[in-house]
Design a protein. Structure first.
Length: 153
């Protein structure tokens, strides 16, 4: 991956709906070259996909919670992950180091639904402890990776 690829990625992170000709203009390449480079980035797995950024509150999802989960033993990890993947309220699951093993981002309609989700999580075999924090606001919520183009010689 070279500086041009980084510039293309920066354009896509700012606006994933930008078309190839818009990106080509910004990175000073032909449209066909940009298309080719984007395909290579997709095929290599650097670009996993493209998604709309949804505002949960606009869909009546008024409660976001961050739940830390401790698991008794690593033998329970696969079952836990399977249960998490099946739960539509769990938007994100991170495997972490520290006192807890997993960090979940849960998006629900209300606290009653959150309580139900918490009970489901606590009933998963191997879950020994949870800690929940309710998100009051999200002053920064970016879906990008901090990358910079190297200075060209």
């Amino acid at each position: 991956m070279d500086n041009t690829d980084v510039k293309i990625l920066q354009c896509l992170m700012k606006n994933a709906r930008a078309n190839s000709s818009e990106i080509a203009e910004k990175v000073k390449l032909s449209t066909s070259t940009v298309i080719e480079r984007i395909k290579k980035l997709e095929n290599s797995g650097v670009i996993k996909g493209y998604a709309a950024i949804i505002v949960p509150e606009k869909l009546g999802k008024d409660v976001t919670a961050l739940i830390s989960v401790a698991i008794d033993h690593p033998k329970f990890n696969d079952g836990f992950i399977a249960a998490v993947k099946d739960n539509r309220h769990i938007a994100e699951c991170l495997y972490i180091a520290g006192e807890f093993d997993y960090f979940l981002k849960v998006v629900t309609d209300n606290t009653k639904t959150l309580e139900s989700v918490l009970n489901e999580i606590k009933s998963i075999p191997g879950v020994s402890k949870t800690q929940t924090s309710i998100v009051l606001s999200s002053p920064k919520n970016e879906y990008s990776v901090p990358i910079k183009a190297k200075k060209e010689k």
